[in-house]
Design a protein. Structure first.
Length: 851
RNA sequence: GGGCGCAUGGCUCAGUUGGUUAGAGCGCUGCCUUCACACGGCAGAGGUCACAGGUUCGAGUCCUGUUGCGCCCA
């Protein structure tokens, strides 16, 4: 049973196969809700690259899953793939040489272009989505292979992908419910827009970037009065879109001017001077130009002060035609305005800025020279040019009125570590508007809607046509609303399909519902929802965690889970977040192969929840050493147990053995408490510390006795204690080191360790008291002194000790007396003398013959 | 600007109700081939716990402030 030279090599493949064949991690869907532990696994973006951070994060959740399973829970541990979104679109475009054109119809027998030529081939959305699915299926295989190698104890029968028909159906069902209950609405409104990717972007997807710009001071002539007003702007090209000047209501410099009008330079458009508390008196000249739209402050002013709308930036980021002199574009010099605008129209924002600065300088409206500044500008997190604000028709989810409720839910959720709740709260409190869930993209879940087209050809957006729920999922660019025929698409009296897809978070926010097959499998869903645990990394609190809480609240009126545990980042040795662009990424598979999975998991599991951790191959070497030690000490202990029946636990009677188990019992208690608090790292640390001392001290102390005549009580006690300790230690280590513990378990047990019961104090032999380990501690101290003496004398540890003299308190000497023979054997001590007194150990080396 | 976190030997980190002499691993140095383990074992050196105050019989731990680093939000 016990191999002669145990090895870690090949354990991953061997046990991975066994676990799959035996269905060790299969979810028991007959379990009642109290017995279920459900995990809302993060679905990785399959088009992104696998990196070391994945190993780190997913190991954390897996240790918790394994602990819960050993506690007797039916663990619902699914794996999902997030394949929606831009990353996939880009890969598909490049890989197949295509681009999506939603106006095209599905090709009856579509095949992708044989070669990816220079000019992308336009394809319909259904065909494009087909290609996305084909490519992501490949990506999913790579992820699954890595996860299996990592030993994740997921139930692979519970796989889902966010673009699968099932996920699309649930996502669309969720949207139809939002619509029916009034939580979703359609609005034409200023929208953050990426001009390159041609899509709207939500607040959660935006980030600030510091960019170089310049303040330009512009002079506005007053109307009906002498003098000018001067404003500073970083975006002079928006001057044609200026609709007002705004200053703080208490600003003495401008108080008298509120209600008056000025002319915009170059365009001579009359605009009012208005007051608003968001104007910052100490910024620039204290008075600002309001344009439609330069930034989110402009949107606020425009909305709250009910200003005019003069939009000049098109969706392509270029200045579009502006009919100065016509209604809405009144000018007191229409010809001059048109001439000036003619210089700008068709240019990008950056080009137009350069040109208008020249025009302003020539006209004398530019005061002084532009002053360089560095300022924060909003970008789409995946984008390359600053976001523009354009007016467009988008679907929104009403989150603003929900904020107090969301804050309350945040307080109900248990956060690990607790301080992560602040990220959530500052996000909810800082929400600037409702959640825009429309994306003008192609690969995603389509809105399940069509709109009627009137006999006059006008689309009626007020009365969307919805499919019956049993038709879901639908693609409105391919499917036809009830009561209509395909021939009526786009015709007067017919219909049009909603062309947009949903934000990826609109689907990812439903991972508990998708994994639990909400609406499709009620018996399953009621067993797993609300779930127990959401493991994730902290940078997506504002997106994934937030949106999941929103959806669970709106659909079910509950939190989606009870606990959320956060992983930190993996930092490179320079304390920077590891990233592909920095070229410091190690691929997970290479890592797992070079160090072994258990070793890599050991490193991951020593990273505490929420704490960033340095990528440290040294720690993996330590993990490998630990795994080797597990093999070897098990080989020793099981060697002592072979050849005769293993004594029952109650054979443990020797004080030293009871003390060792007393220390172990404390470790069991601490480790259990740590796992209950999702602190896998603390559990590991406690277990590991005990394990090394068990190997180095206890095993050395009982080694000789364990060899003696098995019929005597002393040797039987040692062997029984070794059996109990090994069994408990293996089970304590199993969540972190699933492969080596399973290998050793198989040497002497039927069945898998991963379904064995988690160790408890109750299973300890009679006479064991948690934490009562003084006998072992005293014996270990004296043994240490003996070893020190031998090391200082540069002797082998096998060198005999002629006489060992121990002075100590009577109490400690009494403890030592009960381990006297073990100590003499372990230290090769010929004569052991004890006497009361100050604590001291004297070691005289040399055998009797020398003396 | 608001908030959160971190600061302990060369490195990575423990230190959970304040309590003997601040721990571990890596690295470094030395010793030992020992019959579970050289993919090893044993031992040693190395820290005024970022700084300044305060509370206390007692502070790495609690409070206030300062500095530095990181992150979140605006």
């Amino acid at each position: 049973m016990v191999p002669d030279s145990p090895s870690l090599d090949g354990l991953e493949a061997k046990w991975g196969r066994h676990w799959e064949t035996d269905g060790v991690y299969r979810f028991d869907r007959t379990a009642t809700r109290e017995r279920v532990f459900a995990i809302d696994t993060p679905p990785p973006t399959v088009s992104g690259s696998l990196h070391v951070g994945h190993v780190f994060h997913y190991t954390h959740a897996d240790t918790v899953a394994r602990y819960r399973r050993m506690r007797g829970y039916a663990v619902f541990y699914p794996m999902g793939w997030d394949d929606n979104g831009l990353a996939t679109e880009r890969r598909v475009q490049n890989y197949f040489g295509v681009r999506c054109d939603p106006s095209l119809r599905r090709h009856p027998d579509f095949t992708p272009p044989a070669t990816s030529g220079r000019d992308p081939v336009p394809v319909s959305r259904p065909d494009f989505v087909g290609l996305c699915q084909r490519l992501t299926a490949e990506d999913e295989k790579a992820f699954e292979a890595t996860w299996r190698r990592l030993g994740l104890s997921v139930d692979w029968a519970l796989q889902y992908s966010t673009i699968s028909p099932e996920a699309r159906r649930i996502s669309q069902r969720g949207f139809l419910h939002l619509l029916a209950q009034g939580h979703a609405y359609l609005a034409e409104a200023p929208t953050q827009w990426d001009v390159d990717l041609q899509t709207a972007v939500s607040q959660a997807e935006m980030e600030d970037r510091e960019v170089r710009g310049a303040y330009h001071r512009l002079r506005f002539p007053r109307m009906g009065a002498e003098g000018t007003l001067e404003i500073d702007t970083t975006r002079p090209e928006l001057l044609p879109a200026c609709v007002a000047l705004v200053a703080h209501p208490d600003d003495e410099r401008y108080k008298a001017l509120f209600g008056s009008k000025v002319h915009t330079p170059l365009f001579a458009v009359p605009v009012p001077v208005v007051a608003h508390h968001l104007a910052e008196p100490d910024k620039g000249t204290g008075i600002a130009m309001v344009c439609t739209f330069g930034d989110s402050a402009d949107v606020t002013w425009w909305r709250e002060l009910q200003l005019a709308t003069r939009t000049i930036v098109g969706r392509d980021g270029r200045l579009r035609p502006a009919p100065f002199g016509e209604p809405g574009w009144e000018s007191d010099d229409p010809e001059g305005a048109r001439a000036a605008y003619g210089e700008l129209q068709g240019r990008t924002s950056a080009q137009a800025r350069r040109r208008i600065v020249e025009l302003l300088a020539e006209s004398g409206a530019l005061v002084g020279q532009p002053r360089a500044v560095t300022h924060a500008v909003k970008f789409y997190e995946r984008g390359e040019r600053p976001l523009e604000i354009v007016s467009s028709r988008q679907w929104y989810v009403r989150t603003m009125p929900l904020r107090p409720r969301l804050l309350e839910r945040g307080r109900q959720l248990r956060w690990h570590p607790e301080f992560m709740v602040h990220r959530y709260e500052s996000w909810v409190e800082g929400l600037a508007g409702d959640w825009n869930i429309s994306r003008q993209r192609f690969f995603g879940v389509p809105f399940p809607l069509w709109y009627p087209v009137g006999d006059d050809g006008e689309v009626d957006y007020e009365h969307p046509l919805r499919p019956a729920e049993d038709r879901l999922p639908v693609d409105p660019s391919d499917d036809v609303p009830g009561g209509y025929a395909e021939a009526q698409r786009g015709r007067p009296g017919g219909f049009v399909g909603e062309p947009d897809v949903m934000d990826t978070w609109a689907t990812s926010s439903l991972t508990p519902q998708i994994a639990g097959r909400w609406g499709d499998d009620p018996e399953l869903f009621e067993r797993v929802f609300p779930m127990d645990l959401r493991p994730q990394s902290h940078e997506i609190i504002r997106t994934w965690l937030f949106s999941t809480v929103v959806r669970a609240e709106l659909e079910h009126g509950t939190l989606p889970w009870n606990d959320a545990v956060f992983s930190g980042w993996v930092l490179d040795p320079d304390r920077k977040k590891m990233s592909k662009s920095k070229g410091n990424v190690v691929t997970p598979m290479a890592l797992l192969e070079s160090h072994g999975t258990d070793a890599a998991r050991y490193w991951a599991a020593s990273g505490r929840p929420g704490v960033d951790t340095a990528f440290d191959e040294g720690q993996m070497k330590v993990g490998r050493r630990l795994a080797m030690k597990v093999l070897n000490v098990s080989r020793f202990a099981l060697g002592r147990l072979s050849g005769a029946p293993v004594p029952a636990p109650d054979a443990v009677t020797a004080p030293l053995d009871l003390a060792m188990l007393g220390g172990l019992t404390r470790v069991v208690e601490q480790s259990t408490a740590a796992y209950e608090a999702y602190d896998y790292a603390r559990a590991l640390e406690r277990t590991e510390a005990f394990f090394w001392s068990f190997c180095d001290d206890y095993v050395e102390l009982v080694k000789a006795r364990s060899y003696e005549d098995r019929t005597l009580p002393g040797p039987a006690s040692a062997r029984a204690a070794l059996a109990v300790a090994l069994s408990v230690l293996l089970r304590l280590l199993a969540p972190v080191l699933p492969f080596v513990t399973e290998e050793v378990w198989s040497w002497w047990h039927e069945g898998t360790i991963h379904l064995a019961a988690w160790p408890t104090a109750e299973e300890m032999p009679e006479g064991v008291v948690a934490g009562q380990a003084a006998v072992l501690e005293v014996a270990t101290e004296v043994l240490g002194a003996v070893r020190r003496a031998k090391t200082e004398a540069k002797c082998s540890m096998r060198a005999p000790v002629k006489r060992l003299t121990v002075s100590d308190s009577p109490e400690r000497l009494a403890l030592l007396a009960s381990a006297r023979e073990d100590l003499k054997e372990a230290g090769i001590v010929i004569e052991l003398v004890t006497r009361p007194g100050e604590r001291a150990v004297e070691v005289v080396l040399g055998d009797q013959a020398d003396g």
